[in-house]
Write a protein that binds this ligand. Structure first.
Ligand code: FES
Ligand code: FES
Length: 156
């Protein structure tokens, strides 16, 4: 029996074993390479995608668990007003260094702005906390949140 998943607005037939963690289906079978495999242990946030609009880690949960849900990867985030604004704000704030954590952070910030268009600093920090960044980019990501929310001009 094949697995059907709804990904970025399209129904996809999945050939991988349904027990395969979602990130491997996305990256290896569907060639959606935006979400990154970091720890593989739901500890770093690099693999985050949206599932029914909620930030969801994709590295350890079998793909079959996501049947019937709406999966959105970073490849489609720019199709939403918030996602497009967030990506522009990351560029404006130079909010990436090596970039490995960046897709997960963009997913997290987009979800934040979709549920709270004018987040407090505390809410922004809470949204970023599950996303580790070895390069120390969180201060710039916080500036990107302000820019995307229209709360600041992004000055250094
Ligand atoms: S790769 Fe999924 S949380 Fe680290
Ligand atoms: S920009 Fe390098 S890990 Fe975050």
């Amino acid at each position: 029996m094949t697995l059907a998943l709804r990904i970025n607005g399209a129904d996809r037939e999945i050939a991988s074993d349904p027990e395969t963690p979602l990130i491997h289906v996305l990256r290896d079978e569907l060639k959606l390479k935006g979400a990154k495999l970091g720890c593989g242990l739901e500890q770093c946030g690099a693999c985050a995608v949206l599932v029914d609009g909620e930030v969801t880690l994709s590295c350890a949960t079998p793909a079959a668990v996501f049947a019937g849900r709406e999966i959105t990867t970073i490849e489609a985030l720019g199709d939403t007003p918030e996602g497009a604004r967030v990506q522009e704000a990351f560029v404006a704030a130079s909010a990436a260094q090596c970039g490995y954590c960046t897709p997960g952070l963009v997913v997290a910030v987009t979800a934040l702005l979709q549920r709270d268009p004018a987040p407090s600093r505390e809410a922004a920090m809470a949204a970023l906390t599950p996303h580790l960044c070895r390069c120390g980019s969180h201060p710039r990501v916080l500036r990107a949140v302000e820019i995307a929310a229209g709360q600041g001009q992004g000055q250094q």
